[in-house]
Structures are given as structure tokens and as C-alpha cells.
Write a protein that binds this ligand. Structure first.
Ligand code: SF4
Length: 174
């Protein structure tokens, strides 16, 4: 079986591409939630920010890439804001689909809201935002993880519960 090389520091273009996909998902989600009003859009952004804060403060601090350039660039950001944690803890908590629910809501909430609004009244911008969020949160994320980030990640080799969960899912597919 061919084993992909891993990066000590990812080349800068990889976090740029990875984050472009993520930021476009947030932007599409924001545009959709804005149709419900400024309060809904602000709550959506606050929710996204809280998930990023949780990731950088609780998980990135224990990752091999803390202080290095990872596939998403958060290892550098984590170094700027938080002290290095304990690499033993990166894998200790385990990871299940239940833990994924908050991250899934970043796409699912605007998807549900946008579909509901589109049924009530056709809106081209809303349709484009919905299509963008579907394409990026499925094919876009799968490309980023499978071909750019997780594939070349040294923490994956050391052990990553999230990657293990995803690869189990892929193994079950025919
Ligand atoms: S293997 Fe794990 S730590 Fe590495 S990029 Fe993927 S999810 Fe992040």
C-alpha cells in the first residue's frame, strides 16, 4: 500500500485553499441567515466563532502542529493565543459522530433555513448560497481532507480520532 509523505510544516498554499473552502461555507451560511435578519446572522457568526475558539484552545494546543503550519493553519494561530498543551491528550478523549454535531450544524442550520425560505419565495442569491454550501460542505471538504490536509498530516500518523472516524466511514462504503 502506498503511504503519502507527511509535512513537518505544510506549504502555505494548502492552508490558503483549505481556509478558502471553510470561509466560503461561513459566508454562504451568513448570507442565508441574513435573510432571517441581523440577529440570526449575528448568532450564526458567534456560533462559528465559538467553535473555532473551542478548536484552537482545546484541541490544537495538544496537536503535533501547535507552533507549526498545519493543513488549516490553526497550529500557528493556537501558538499565538495559547500555551502548548499535552500531546498525549490529543487522542485520549475519543471522537464520535455525536462530537461532530456542532460542526455539522454550521452547514445544516443555514441549509434548513435557506430551503424553508426558498419554498416560501424564490430568491436567486439564496439558491446560489444554498448550492455553494452543499457543494463545499460535501465535495469541497472531502477534497480538502482527503487530498490536501489529512492525507499529509503527521498527527494522522501519530493518531487522530477524527481521521479514524472518517476512515471507518469510508471503509464501510462499498
Ligand atoms: S488528520 Fe486529524 S489533525 Fe490532521 S488534519 Fe486531519 S483532522 Fe486535523
Amino acid at each position: 500500500m502506498e503511504t503519502a509523505k507527511t509535512y513537518e510544516n505544510f506549504p502555505a498554499w494548502i492552508p490558503v485553499v483549505s481556509n478558502s473552502v471553510t470561509i466560503l461555507i461561513w459566508a454562504a451560511g451568513f448570507v442565508i441567515m441574513l435573510r432571517l435578519g441581523w440577529v440570526a446572522a449575528a448568532v450564526y457568526l458567534a456560533f462559528v466563532a465559538s467553535l473555532e475558539y473551542r478548536l484552537i484552545s482545546r484541541h490544537c494546543v495538544n496537536c503535533y502542529y501547535w507552533g507549526r503550519t498545519c493543513g488549516f493553519g490553526q497550529g500557528r494561530l493556537s501558538e499565538l493565543l495559547f500555551k502548548k498543551g499535552d500531546s498525549e491528550k490529543f487522542c485520549s478523549g475519543g471522537f464520535s459522530w455525536k462530537d461532530m454535531i456542532p460542526d455539522l450544524l454550521v452547514s445544516l442550520v443555514p441549509l434548513a433555513a435557506g430551503t424553508f425560505l426558498l419554498i416560501l419565495r424564490f430568491d436567486l442569491l439564496l439558491l446560489v448560497a444554498l448550492l455553494l454550501i452543499v457543494a463545499l460542505s460535501t465535495a469541497g471538504n472531502s477534497f480538502v481532507r482527503g487530498s490536501l490536509a489529512c492525507k499529509f498530516c503527521r498527527q494522522r500518523e501519530i493518531g487522530c480520532p477524527a481521521e479514524k472516524l472518517f476512515s471507518e466511514k469510508y471503509k464501510k462504503q462499498p
